[in-house]
Design a protein around this ligand. Structure first.
Ligand code: FMN
Length: 176
């Protein structure tokens, strides 16, 4: 039986690279995409729905197909959660157990393997709060892919660039 990967997409400019990741993963795994509301400002759910061949989850509140809350049902079925890109905001919420949208609630309910691929401005990545949040998450067993050093979309140079889709897919393969 094919593994079920939950692909979380958050609101950063690197969300366009998540479409490529989704396409690569869907060739090998079942993929359920969960987008934050802000991610939907960068790339449409339609793109991910088509690439994953499944409806995208972007809210906690619209599911009339089953009695069990979807984030709970999915937490029992999923083999791995990858969040790419993972914003500073998402990392902060995950580190503090905040569950206020579909993705952060799923992340709180899911006890399996997690892989976060951060992407942000280098100053945001260097920010003391972000450093502590990442350390907290690592200590709790969360895996990180990147970020890489280089030129980021906002025009700065430094560490904050999301890894390429192929590199993240390789990390997933190793973790599984
Ligand atoms: C054009 C633009 C690009 C952004 N890129 C990033 C980014 O790469 N990384 C990041 O952490 N936040 C980025 N942000 C800020 C996030 O969108 C913001 O923190 C938002 O609250 C994240 O919401 P989410 O984590 O629920 O998706 C960007 C904002 C804008 C307007």
């Amino acid at each position: 039986m094919s593994k079920l990967i939950v692909l979380g997409v958050t609101g950063g400019i690197a969300a366009y690279k998540a479409a490529d990741l989704c396409s690569k993963l869907a060739k090998q795994y079942d993929v359920q995409v969960i987008m934050t509301e802000n991610a939907c400002r960068f790339v449409t759910p339609l793109t991910f729905r088509t690439l994953s061949r499944r409806p995208v989850i972007s809210t906690l509140w619209e599911d009339e197909t089953q009695w069990r809350p979807r984030h709970v049902a999915l937490a029992n079925e999923a083999d791995l959660l990858v969040v790419a890109p993972a914003t500073a905001n998402f990392l902060a919420k995950a580190a503090h157990g905040i569950a206020d949208d579909a993705l952060s609630t799923f992340a709180a309910a899911f006890n399996g393997t997690k892989l976060f691929a951060p992407a942000m401005n280098p100053e945001m990545w260097a920010n003391a709060a972000c450093r502590e949040n990442v350390e907290t998450l690592r200590r709790r067993g969360v895996n990180f892919a990147g970020p890489a050093a280089g030129h980021v979309a906002c025009g700065a140079d430094g560490t904050g660039r999301m890894l390429e889709a192929g590199e993240i897919a390789d990390c997933i393969r190793k973790l599984l």
